[in-house]
Write a protein that binds this ligand. Structure first.
Ligand code: KG4
Ligand code: ZN
Length: 330
């Protein structure tokens, strides 16, 4: 059975996983860096890169030992090659190259977004191409028609901030700490989603693009008035994001006639209100709804290993001199 070592280091999670071609996750080790970045209220690239250097090799050794295999048993090494914070991406990619060279194994340079895009197929073997993917993370907010491995048609993107970024900034404005998404979701549970009047940027516009900068400014003004509780602002903000995601995704579905399923992936896909709303939309369109388990939504190495497995099965490997890319659209 094909065995892939997956490495992830593009933001603030360091991770290593061993994935088989028939979807078994033999090992997955992950080290978060929240504590190191919390005092700064966001991810500090230099601190992240240093933390990846310290964490990565022990995680790889731990994953190999969990799976009870040696590096020699691996068929290929898949590492995130971008997009992301370049220092961190280089740590993972250079480590992947070194291991590939030492063990005489092929290297697969994985686009982190492709990792998110194919992750739902790791846990759902029935998910067939093409499917409409809403990719919502801290750095991205896109609608993609996933037609096959390496075949991604981008139908929409954000014209300013990503949805996760808006969650993180709202959390900061409300003093809820870092990382913001889960904190806002938690606070929203105790609030009224219709208490604070907030805009739904681009809702109803013809192109299915996203915009969250205006929403963020409106949250900032709402906080400044001192008129509402943090819970009501959190709930109203989350409802505004959900309304935008739904409206924009519906517009894309109108153009994705042959899609077999509506799929959501990326860190914001861990949000229960987002998941529930999209599930309702899929039902309305008579489509299957697929969302990976929560741990597979936020950054991890299993999705990089799986994207590596899909690429390896398609005969796609990369030369050892391939460059790390801070920007790399799918
Ligand atoms: O995919 P991811 O782990 O990293 C990137 O590639 O960006 O996504 C992280 C983003 C952060 O902005 C985080 O606040 C958001 O996903 N996030 C959430 C939730 N969990 C993580 N946003 C809303 N609700 C959540 N439960
Ligand atoms: Zn990500």
């Amino acid at each position: 059975m094909m065995l892939i070592l997956g490495l992830e280091s593009s933001c603030d999670e360091t991770a290593a996983a061993l994935i088989t071609g028939d979807r078994q996750i033999l090992a997955h080790r992950l080290a978060g860096q929240e504590a190191a970045h919390r005092p700064f209220g966001g991810v500090v690239p230099e601190i992240a890169a240093r933390a990846h250097v310290e964490a990565l090799m022990p995680l790889i050794e731990g994953a190999l030992s969990d799976a009870g295999v040696s590096l020699g048993a691996v068929d290929a090494i898949a590492a995130t090659a971008g997009p992301g914070l370049i220092g961190g991406v280089m740590v993972g990619l250079v480590t992947g190259k070194a291991l590939a060279h030492a063990a005489g194994k092929p290297l697969i340079a994985v686009n982190h977004l492709e990792g998110h895009a194919l992750s739902p197929r790791l846990t759902d073997p029935a998910l067939a191409f093409p499917f409409l993917l809403l990719l919502v993370s801290g750095g991205h907010c896109q609608l993609l028609l996933v037609e096959g491995v390496g075949a991604y048609r981008r139908l929409a993107t954000t014209i300013d901030d990503a949805a996760g970024e808006a969650f993180d900034k709202t959390a900061k404005l409300l003093g809820l700490g870092f990382p913001g998404g889960p904190a806002v979701e938690q606070a929203a549970l105790a609030g009224n989603p219709y208490a604070v009047p907030l805009p739904r940027p681009l809702k109803g516009s013809a192109e299915p693009h996203f915009s969250f900068a205006g929403l963020k400014s409106a949250v900032s003004r709402a906080v400044d008035t001192g008129q509402w509780s943090a819970e009501d602002i959190a709930a109203s903000f989350q409802q505004a994001v959900v309304d935008c995601l739904l409206d924009r995704t519906a517009r894309a579905l109108d153009r994705a006639g042959d899609a077999t399923a509506l799929v959501v992936a990326g860190g914001v896909a861990a949000n229960q209100a987002v998941r529930a709303a999209l599930e309702g939309l899929a039902t309305q369109y008579g489509l299957r709804f697929v969302a990976p388990p929560l741990w597979l939504c936020t950054d991890n190495a299993a999705m990089i290993g799986w994207a590596g497995a899909e690429r390896f099965a398609a005969g796609l490997t990369d030369p050892l001199d391939i460059a790390a890319r801070p920007r790399w659209p799918l």
